[in-house]
Ligand binder design. Structure first.
Ligand SMILES: Cc1ncc(COP(=O)(O)O)c(C=O)c1O
Length: 307
């Protein structure tokens, strides 16, 4: 269970409020109909103090989510950048998980969200490894869900909309109830899409691959970082669809995501993956770890100092 430890401040509609005062009305429109978009971003310690990883890309995705949902964000990219930096500073936390959120607020209760005002908030909390402290080394056990991943004909997966996470929650609960650490969802064509909150990579015969954006996934920013690492490290890479059985026969499979980092998958539906060693995954984990902590000059431009 993840318990959130209260910190000092949360930013809501332009003001830094005391943690316990950041509250909304029960008739908040987005709470009822899922009309909310959000981001998940992390800050980490570097030699120069806390830094936020790929803030620009996360805020751009936030803005794109808003655009897809015809949501007019009342704050600019530059303003939200300053809020994120200030939030890390005022809460005095180095390793944090930041959560920008925009939602249809208190106003009307009909289904048209444009009749309610848009509220924007940003909070952060301390969040360890999402799939457990041992997961990065030992890997996790997953099941292929019998819930199909949403697709862009119904709920655009490339918008990080709260409503999408009802689909994620169904898969996650099913996996947990069956004793697995996490789920993998297939898309409507039966190809591997993603986890409830993670992208999926596969290694076979030295080639790294991940499903293309057209497979109905969130375009993960960690996924994008991994693709760049592969190029820089000379690891052959391709964006390609793969099937459930190609997971079973892979040499390595791993999740990528802001919450999970890079997490090896050691078993899919009772089939152990590869030899139980994850050389490519561990190599990429090391590059990622160096990048987020500012130890690799190749990726310093991805860091926004918050100290
Ligand atoms: C459905 C889904 N897929 C993939 C990811 C990974 O994306 P990122 O690497 O940007 O955190 C997330 C997390 O935001 C997610 O919710």
């Amino acid at each position: 269970m993840v318990g959130i430890k209260p910190l000092s401040k949360i930013w809501l509609d332009g003001r830094f409020l005391d943690w316990e005062k950041a509250q909304i009305h029960i008739l908040t429109h987005g709470l009822h109909y899922g009309y909310a978009i959000f981001e998940g971003i992390r800050s980490h310690g570097t030699a120069q103090g806390p830094a936020i990883f790929r803030l620009k890309e996360h805020l751009t995705r936030f803005e794109n989510s808003a655009k897809i949902y015809r949501m007019a964000l009342p704050y600019s990219h530059a303003q939200l950048t300053e809020v994120a930096k200030e939030l890390v500073r005022v809460n005095g936390v180095t390793d944090s998980y930041l959560r920008p959120l925009a939602f249809s607020g208190y106003g009307e209760m009909g289904l048209d969200p444009t009749r309610s005002p848009i509220s924007v908030a940003m909070a952060l909390w301390e969040w360890g490894a999402y799939l457990g402290e041992q997961s990065a080394q030992q890997g996790v056990r997953v099941t292929v869900s019998n819930w199909t991943r949403i697709d862009s004909r119904a709920l655009p997966p490339q918008a990080k909309c709260a409503a999408n996470y009802a689909n994620s929650a169904l898969a996650k609960m099913q996996a947990s109830a069956a004793g697995y650490d996490e789920a993998i969802l297939l898309n409507a064509s039966g190809m591997v899409a993603e986890g409830p909150g993670e992208n999926v990579f596969r290694v076979k015969d030295g080639v790294l691959s991940t499903p293309p954006a057209s497979s109905g996934i969130l375009r993960g920013i960690t996924r994008d970082s991994v693709i760049r690492f592969a190029r820089d490290e000379g690891i052959p890479f391709q964006r390609t669809d793969f099937t459930r059985e190609e997971l079973f026969t892979a040499d390595e499979v791993f999740f990528s995501g802001t919450a999970v980092g890079l997490t090896p998958i050691r078993e899919v539906d009772g089939r152990p993956i590869g030899s139980g060693n994850y050389p490519v995954t561990h190599r990429l984990q090391k590059v990622y770890d160096d990048a987020i902590h500012g130890r690799d000059p190749r990726y310093r431009a991805w860091l926004t100092p918050a100290g």
